[in-house]
Design a protein around this ligand. Structure first.
Ligand code: KIV
Length: 258
């Protein structure tokens, strides 16, 4: 049975952890889906891990659509959510609705993720949700604001921590079905998780969220550099280099194809 948004809410109530990983192409998506990952996020981190940009800012909506279509084709069971990229939704609720609508209509994914919890963004998200488009929120370290925040941990002072909690409550009231909490102290993530009825998905936010997400390139050991909270479960960079070297050696020695 395909994973649904109401199921994520049930899993929170049942205290069943939600497993989320990112994907940027068909093959990765198919492998993650077959491995039983609950939610596959076409994260705009693909701008960095798959396209070689320094930040997530340069990726366009059309590029995200291209990758989301490929991911969607690889998935049978997981819920697929796609990031709205920088400046495809911040201008106005109309722009957000237009971009989110394109993502759902053109790719077949089930929802979008939007960063931020400041008042005008909460208003924008409420409009998108009211149009029938599921939205996943994203608070704490929001990489589309890297030029203001850097990649530093957020919510460290009591005032900052209270602000993030207030934003989480406002996003829940706006109708988001879950919130990604990135790079905030574990105690703050736990406070937010206890306060909300929707699931929280942590990344660098301790062990007490309702689920966890990682960037798959980090999990696979493909990234040249990764954040301190990431974890690699295999070193594919080394495995790929070894495979390429072995092939090269066989070809140069005229052993390949014999
Ligand atoms: O773009 C992305 O991969 C993300 C995750 C880090 C949550 O937003």
């Amino acid at each position: 049975m395909p994973v649904t948004i109401p199921q994520l809410m049930q899993w929170k109530q049942q205290q069943r952890q939600i497993v989320v990983l990112t994907a940027w192409d068909y093959a990765i998506a198919q492998i993650l889906d077959e491995a039983g990952v609950d939610v596959i996020l076409v994260g705009d981190s693909l701008a960095m891990v798959a396209l070689g940009h320094e930040t997530t800012l340069p990726i366009t909506l059309d590029e995200m659509l291209h990758h989301a279509k490929a991911v969607r084709r690889g998935v049978k069971k997981a819920l697929v959510i796609c990031d709205l990229p920088f400046l495809s939704y911040q201008e106005s609720p109309q722009q957000a609705l237009h971009s989110a609508g394109r993502v759902l209509k053109e790719t077949g994914v089930q929802g979008v993720k939007m960063e931020g919890g400041y008042p005008s963004m909460v208003e924008t998200i409420a409009k998108v949700v009211q149009a029938g488009i599921p939205v996943l929120g994203h608070l704490g370290l929001t990489p589309q604001s890297v030029n203001q925040l850097g990649y530093r941990q957020q919510g460290k002072t009591p005032a900052a921590s209270d602000r993030i909690l207030a934003e989480a409550i406002a996003l829940e009231q706006a109708g988001v079905f879950g919130i990604v909490l990135e790079h905030i102290p574990g105690e703050l993530a736990q406070r937010i998780t206890q306060k909300l009825t929707i699931p929280t998905i942590g990344i660098g936010a301790g062990a007490d969220c309702d689920g966890q997400v990682l960037v798959t390139a980090d999990v696979l050991g493909l990234s040249a550099k990764q954040p301190p909270f990431a974890k690699s479960y295999v070193n594919l960079r080394a495995a790929i280099a070894q495979a390429a070297t072995d092939f090269g050696t066989e070809v140069r020695d005229r052993r390949f194809g014999k």
